[in-house]
Design a protein around this ligand. Structure first.
Ligand code: SME
Length: 173
């Protein structure tokens, strides 16, 4: 069964049962590249990326962006249960990724000092910084999973690639 077929067959599968996340990311990237061809608006891009990744990666639970605005993070396009509206730089996983300008992979959110709980079902998390062409931080991308240890270097590699391609190296902006 292909990764695509498996996702459609059981969209709520957890990562432990998911055999080939690289294949799922590659399918998602093909679709993102195709849907965003000719698009320059950052919100349109973010909403589309959230939608496509959540369709392809069955362990994605809360999935969305926090935008850099007025020296803090404010919730942007997302899918999932309620996401807190404002996060200060340095607070929680998102604020830490923003302050340090580097991806945070959190195996167990209970062990991350200052983790901000939006939904008690969240068990692991990845937050990836998003930069524009001038290397300015414009957002962070946040994904929670209801299983511990869902995210690893594979998620980090593909997510950083997507944001590099569509925000840091975007040709239309
Ligand atoms: N857990 C995040 C807050 C955002 S929610 O998960 C949607 C954090 O600690 O920054």
């Amino acid at each position: 069964m292909t990764a695509q077929a498996k996702v459609i067959a059981d969209p709520h599968d957890q990562v432990a049962a998911y055999e080939d996340k690289s294949k799922a990311y590659e399918l998602a990237i093909d679709q993102i590249d195709s849907m965003l061809e000719g698009e320059s608006h950052p919100i349109a891009k973010m909403a589309t990326i959230v939608c496509i990744l959540r369709e392809h990666l069955p362990y994605y639970f809360w999935t969305g962006f926090y935008l850099v605005y007025d020296q803090e993070l404010i919730v942007g396009p997302y899918q999932g249960t309620f996401g807190t509206l404002h996060i200060s730089f340095g607070n929680g996983v998102c604020g830490t990724a923003a302050q340090e300008r580097r991806t945070q992979v959190v195996e167990d959110v209970c062990k991350f000092p200052g983790h901000i709980v939006c939904d008690s079902r969240s068990a692991s998390e990845i937050v990836v910084p998003v930069f524009n062409k001038k290397k300015e931080l414009i957002a962070v991308f946040d994904v929670d999973s209801t299983a511990k240890g869902s995210f690893d270097a594979v998620d980090q590699k593909y997510l950083e690639k997507i944001f590099d391609m569509h925000f840091a190296r975007a040709t239309l902006d």
